[in-house]
Design a protein around this ligand. Structure first.
Ligand code: 5AD
Ligand code: SF4
Length: 458
C-alpha cells in the first residue's frame, strides 16, 4: 500500500534540493509525496538554523503536528515525525528532549539512511527513543541516493556543500561541515539524467559554490568555471545558474565564464553582507567594500547586462551609524536587482555571539527598514526598466488566470504571459508590457507569438 510522505522545507535552496532527494530516497519504499500533513504516514520538517526565528518556527510547527499525530493514532494509524536539516544537525538529541513526539532526527549528511531509520522506528512497538543520525559519514551520501526525479523544466543540482570560511555570524560551517566538492563526473551524470527528463535550466548549488574544486573527468581539479563549461555542453541544457557565491572566490576564470558561456544567465547572487570595512573585518569576510565594487565592475565589464542580488546583515555587533551609512553607500553604488536583508541574530557557538557592542533592537530595526526601502526602490527600478524590452522566458508553470503561463526571465523575474498550454516548458520570446512589485507581465513576441497562433493579448 502506498504511504504518504509530507515534507516541509525551510530555508535555502539546498534544503529544497535535499527535500527532493529525501522524496527520491523514500519512493522505492512505497512513500508518495502529499501536500497535506493531515493523515500522512511520514512527516519530515527539513529545517533551517541560520537565524533564531527560523529555528523557532520548527518547534511551533512540531506543536501543531503533535495534534495530527495523536489524531492519526486515535484512528489506529501511525504518523512518524522526522526533523531533518540544519536544526537537526545543530540540536540533535535536544530536539527529542524538547519535542518527544519526534521519532527521527536526521542531519543533512545522513538522509540517505532515512529508509533504514524509518524501518527501525516502525519495527519497534511502544514508545522508543528517537532515532538520531547526525553523523558526517566518511562515505559520500550522493553515492547512495537514487537518480533524481525531475519535477519540471528547472532543477537544482548540489555540486558543493559545507564551508570553511567561518564568517563570525554564520552557523553553516558547524551545521553543514567542512567544504566538500562532488566529483565533476557525478555532477555531469546528474545533469544528463535531468536533461533526459526534460530539464533545460539547472542551478548549481553550494553553500560556497564558487569555491568548487571537484575532481574533473580528466583527473585534474576543476574550478566552477570549468564545471559550468562542461554543464553547458550537456545536450538539452540551455540555462545555467549557480548560487551562493562568496566574493573572495570570484576568480578571473569565473568572471570570464560570464563573458564566454551564453547559457550562463546574467544574474548573480553575490552576498556582500555589509558596506563598512570595519564590520566586514569583524565578520571575517576578508574583503573590503572597494574590493566588492571592483569585482562588480569586472563582472559587468565581462557581461554588461549582468544583474546582481545580495544578502545584507544589519546590526552586527559594533555596527555604528557611520558603518550602516557605508552599507547604504555601497547599495547606491552597485544598484541591486534584488536582495535579502536581515537583522543580525546571535547564533549559539558562533564567534559573533560573543562579540561586544550589541546593537539595540530598535536601532537595528530602523536601519533594516531604511535599507529595505532603498533595496525595494532599486528592485522596482530594475523591473520597470524592463518594460518595452524583449527577453527569453522559460514558461514552466500555469498562471492564476486561465490561458496564462508563468516563467522566469534570465534575471529571475517571474513573468506572466498569455500563452497556449502547448508552450509550457519552452523558452519563448516575450515583450514586457508591465512591471509589478514582484513580477512582470508580457506578450509573446516574434516567432513565439506566431507559433502560438498570433499575438496573445494581455
Ligand atoms: N544573523 C542574520 N543573518 C544571517 N545570515 C547568516 N547568518 C546570519 C545571522 N546570524 C544571513 C546572511 C547570509 C544569509 C543566507 O543569511 O546574509 O548570506
Ligand atoms: Fe556562512 Fe560565511 Fe560560509 Fe557563507 S561563507 S556559509 S556566510 S560562513
Amino acid at each position: 500500500m502506498t504511504k504518504r510522505l509530507f515534507i516541509k522545507t525551510y530555508g535555502c535552496q539546498m534544503n529544497v534540493y535535499d527535500s527532493a532527494r529525501m522524496a527520491d530516497v523514500m519512493a522505492p519504499h512505497g512513500y508518495a509525496p502529499t501536500d497535506d500533513p493531515d493523515g500522512a504516514d511520514l512527516v519530515v520538517l527539513n529545517t533551517c538554523h541560520i537565524r533564531e526565528k527560523a529555528a523557532e518556527k520548527v518547534y511551533s510547527e512540531l506543536g501543531r503536528l503533535r495534534a495530527l499525530k495523536d489524531e492519526k493514532a486515535r484512528t489506529g494509524g501511525r504518523m512518524l515525525l522526522a526533523v531533518a536539516g540544519c536544526v537537526a544537525q545543530a540540536e540533535g538529541a535536544e530536539i527529542v528532549a524538547r519535542a518527544p513526539q519526534v521519532d527521527l532526527v536526521v542531519g543533512p549528511q545522513a538522509y540517505h539512511r532515512l529508509p533504514e531509520m524509518v524501518a527501525r522506528v516502525l519495527g519497534r512497538t511502544g514508545k522508543g527513543h528517537g532515532e538520531i543520525d547526525t553523523d558526517f559519514p566518511a562515505d559520500d551520501k550522493f553515492d547512495h541516493l537514487p537518480r533524481p526525479h525531475a519535477t519540471g523544466r528547472t532543477a537544482f543540482v548540489t555540486v558543493q556543500e559545507g564551508c570553511d570560511k567561518f564568517c563570525t555570524f554564520c552557523v553553516v560551517p558547524y551545521t553543514r561541515g567542512a567544504e566538500f566538492s562532488r566529483p565533476a563526473g557525478a555532477v555531469l551524470d546528474e545533469v544528463r539524467d535531468l536533461a533526459d527528463q526534460g530539464v533545460s535550466e539547472v542551478t548549481l548549488l553550494g553553500q560556497n559554490v564558487n569555491a568548487y574544486h571537484g575532481e574533473g573527468a580528466d583527473g585534474a581539479e576543476w574550478s566552477l568555471a570549468r564545471l559550468i563549461e562542461a554543464v553547458a555542453g550537456v545536450p538539452g541544457i540551455r540555462r545555467i545558474r549557480y548560487t551562493t557565491s562568496h566574493p573572495r572566490d570570484m576568480d578571473e576564470g569565473l568572471i570570464a565564464a560570464h563573458r564566454d558561456i551564453p547559457a550562463l544567465m546574467p544574474y548573480l547572487h553575490l552576498p556582500v553582507q555589509a558596506g563598512s570595512d570595519r564590520v566586514l573585518e569583524a565578520m571575517n569576510r576578508h574583503y573590503t567594500a572597494a574590493d566588492y565594487l571592483r569585482i562588480v565592475e569586472r563582472l559587468r565589464a565581462a557581461r554588461p547586462d549582468l544583474a546582481l542580488s545580495s544578502d545584507f546583515i544589519v546590526g552586527f555587533p559594533g555596527e555604528r551609524d557611520a558603518d550602516f551609512e557605508a552599507t547604504m553607500d555601497l547599495v547606491r553604488a552597485v544598484g541591486f536587482a534584488q536582495a535579502y536583508s536581515f537583522k543580525y541574530s546571535a547564533r549559539p557557538g558562533t564567534p559573533g555571539a560573543a562579540l561586544p557592542g550589541r546593537v539595540a533592537a530598535d536601532v537595528a530595526s530602523s536601519r533594516l527598514a531604511r535599507l529595505q526601502e532603498l533595496l525595494s526602490v532599486q528592485q522596482a527600478g530594475f523591473n520597470s526598466a524592463c518594460v518595452g524590452k524583449e527577453m527569453d522566458i522559460l514558461l514552466d508553470r500555469s498562471g492564476r488566470k486561465p490561458g496564462q503561463l508563468v516563467g522566469r526571465s534570465p534575471w529571475m523575474q517571474a513573468v506572466h504571459v498569455n500563452a497556449a498550454e502547448s508552450l509550457r516548458g519552452s523558452i519563448v520570446r516575450v515583450r514586457v508590457d508591465a512591471a509589478h512589485a514582484n513580477s512582470l507581465a508580457g506578450t509573446l513576441a516574434g516567432a513565439s507569438g506566431l507559433a502560438a497562433g498570433g499575438r496573445a493579448v494581455a
